[in-house]
Write a protein that binds this ligand. Structure first.
Ligand code: MIG
Length: 694
């Protein structure tokens, strides 16, 4: 059951596919019959506060991309899309605003706070047993979902927010990226090393250096003299190039995107109707008004420039939107600095000077100085801040539907809001090469799925700071299960392509497993997308009666038949694993190197050497694997190996399609694989693979 409560005059976000069909009650004053929550008005401009008393053992799941554990209880989080590259435990907000959570305990309810402005989630931070949601002024819609299991509540939520984005199948292959590939040869080297050493690769990412002066929808002619030819050269090697697109448009005479945008009035303007100027990588920029329908269509059409040259995938960056400085405020800072200059600074003034300079980036006040034309109204940016990345990605997604109606285009974004999940996936931004961030990557996955973000992933190996070989291997051992599997790192950090390290064979084995597991992973992804389910689940979603499962923060269920327990500690050669039921453990070094053993329910210490991955298959389940390959299109579906834990019988419904079509139906792609106790296998449906039990 879904109930809807309307507070004040909310701004439509289009998070839901059809918000009108759910009957709503408007809430004018506190104490007006909202179930579970006590509502009150607080703050100067009157923001709403919703409070709920929690039971001692209540668990809170959700909030998608945010820091800390799977159970979000015990911290305070903010939805306020922010470009901050240091994701430490003390942070409250990252790049995304995913306002859906689920309280599971004394009562079980799903809660979606549909508000494009800042929202704060105090989950037992101020008071251990109290949950308080604070919504900044401006109105919002509250949805409360009840009835059924946690998984059912999530499915119901996913039903109202619409089908998740589905990428082309090649986007499930391994992607190599680095901020700093400057020219054709840098990219050729990546491909050459992968192909030479037989380590899988499907895509190479192009960061901002491929552009001319960081201008969107340009390609640097000196470094990529014949881009369409180069794109084709890579395609001949079965590699897709994936360029980055930034939100800010460089202010430069003669640059058509800039000139057209100004002429048509497509950029965000200030109170005085002049364009807002910010500073980002291209220098001075304007921000396209992604919320304005016409501007959005126009911005989306720009992707054609690259599509026409053979590009079929993109990543949208800096769309919180990130702001190194706002030009007006920069002028104020210079003025103040002028006052200090020549003076003898005492320590207070020194810190004042320092704060002035450090306070330039992402300054909240700057977000109050420009406006959008949204649904016929002029709306100040901070009121809709969390929609910007969503609407930028929507611009692209809608354009792809017009420009490439029959072909899936890869798209993922940094900033996001619920609703964007229909147009693209996401990556979780600038993490660091830290062991703690490997675990954080795992812990974010279920929350992301709850909010509709299935095609998502973190920078494997870590973006900031220096990676080591063992960290990268361990991280890849999680990454092979995650739809967006990309190794990315920052300029200035240690290189982290596999070939910079000593043991190519270990990387070949681990990355090879991704291609081996592809039949299962793609199939589980598609089933999750097409039925509104999760692909990564906390153990408690599958074993709700097991109190120990509820406390597990470092293992996940992956699809229907599998549990994973990655190693995420430096120097560990194994780990403790909790099994809610008997399972069959496969310890794998590569597609051709695996051993298995049945383990009884309970706690175990399980060995896992640096080059070994642990996969646990549930009783009665079958997990199909391919023989591997060096890219997705080489994965052979005619010959499958079946991981299985079958005592009586086990069935797997394998989904498959051409990997490209947008218009997909689950029923059309199913092959039923039946494994019997006597070890015979029968298949029926779309494919007729040869099957071998392993
Ligand atoms: O201010 O384009 O998160 O993946 O490599 C940094 C350069 C801008 C941030 C992205 C990162 C990308 C980087 N970008």
């Amino acid at each position: 059951m879904i109930r809807k409560f309307i507070f004040g005059n909310p701004i439509e976000t289009e998070a839901l596919v059809d918000s009108q069909s759910i009957q709503g009650m408007s809430v004018e004053k506190p104490g007006q019959g909202i179930p579970h929550f006590a509502a009150r008005l607080a703050g100067e401009e009157s923001s709403w506060e919703l409070a709920l008393d929690m039971g001692e053992r209540d668990i809170i799941y959700g909030l998608g991309e945010n820091i800390r554990g799977i159970n979000k209880r015990g911290w305070i989080y903010e939805s306020n899309c922010t470009d901050d590259p240091v994701h430490t435990e003390g942070r409250r907000e990252l790049y995304a605003a995913h306002n859906f959570f689920l309280v599971d305990g004394r009562e079980r309810l799903g809660v979606f706070v549909d508000a494009p402005q800042k929202v704060t989630f105090d989950f037992g931070y101020s008071r251990r047993d109290r949950l308080v949601v604070t919504v900044d002024p401006g109105g919002f819609v509250l949805y409360i979902l009840e009835g059924g299991s946690s998984r059912q509540i999530v499915r119901e939520f996913r039903g109202i927010i619409g089908r998740s984005y589905i990428p082309p199948r090649w986007a499930f292959g391994y992607g190599q990226s680095r901020w700093g590939y400057m020219c054709e040869d840098d990219i050729r080297q990546v491909v050459r090393e992968h192909r030479k050493k037989g380590v899988g690769l499907d895509s190479v990412y192009m960061d901002i250096d491929y552009m001319e002066d960081y201008k969107d929808f340009t390609v640097n002619q000196e470094r990529f003299p014949d881009f369409p030819r180069f794109v084709q050269e890579m395609r001949d090697q079965k590699v897709h190039l994936v360029p980055i697109i930034d939100a800010g448009v460089k202010i430069q005479e003669g640059y058509p995107v800039y000139e057209e945008g100004v002429k048509e009035g497509y950029f965000c303007k200030k109170e005085d109707q002049t364009e807002f100027v910010g500073g980002v990588w291209p220098g001075r920029v304007h921000f396209p008004d992604m919320l304005n329908e016409k501007a959005r269509a126009w911005f989306g059409d720009q992707y054609k420039f690259l599509l026409d040259q053979g590009i079929d995938g993109f990543w949208n960056d800096m769309n919180e939107p990130a702001l190194f400085y706002g030009e007006d405020h920069l002028a104020e800072v210079f003025e103040k600095l002028e006052e200090y200059s020549g003076q003898e600074l005492d320590i207070q003034s020194f810190f004042a000077v320092k704060d002035l300079v450090l306070g330039l980036a992402g300054r909240k006040e700057d977000y109050r100085t420009f406006y959008h034309e949204y649904r016929g109204q002029r709306v100040r940016h901070d009121r809709v801040h969390n929609l910007y990345g969503y609407y930028m990605t929507r611009a692209a997604g809608e354009a792809f539907d017009r420009l490439k109606p029959d072909k899936r285009i890869l798209m993922f974004s940094r900033a996001s809001y619920v609703g964007m999940h229909r147009y693209g996936g996401l990556w979780t931004g600038d993490n660091c090469s830290w062991w703690s961030h490997l675990l954080m990557n795992l812990q974010m996955l279920p929350g992301l799925n709850m909010c509709g973000f299935l095609y998502s992933g973190a920078d494997l190996g870590g973006f900031g700071d220096d990676a080591t070989e063992d960290l990268l291997l361990r991280w890849l051992e999680l990454g092979i299960f995650v739809p967006l599997m990309r190794n990315h790192s920052a300029k200035g950090t240690r290189r982290q392509e596999f070939y910079g390290f000593d043991h190519a064979e270990d990387f070949r084995g681990i990355i090879g497993l991704r291609y081996g597991l592809l039949p299962y992973l793609y199939s589980e992804f598609m089933k999750a997308a097409l039925t509104g389910d999760m692909m990564f689940l906390p153990l408690s979603f599958v074993y709700p009666e097991d109190p120990e499962a509820a406390g597990v923060e470092d293992q996940l269920m992956v699809g229907d038949g599998m549990m994973i327990a990655p190693v995420y500690r430096q120097n560990a050669r194994g780990r403790y694993v909790y099994l809610p039921e008997d399972m069959k453990l496969y310890r794998m070094r590569g597609v051709d190197s695996l051993e298995s053993q049945v383990l009884p329910a309970g706690h175990h210490y399980v060995r896992a050497e640096l080059n070994e991955v642990l996969v646990f298959v549930r009783r009665g389940h079958v997990v199909p694997m391919s023989e591997g390959g060096c890219c997705v299109e080489d994965v052979d579906m005619s010959s499958l190996r079946l991981l299985h834990f079958v005592e009586t019988e086990g069935v797997y419904e394998l989904y498959y399609d051409d990997g490209e079509r947008k218009d997909v139906r689950l029923e059309e792609g199913i092959t039923r694989i039946l494994v019997r106790a006597d070890k015979t296998v029968e298949t029926e449906g779309l494919l007729s693979p040869r099957c071998q039990l392993i």
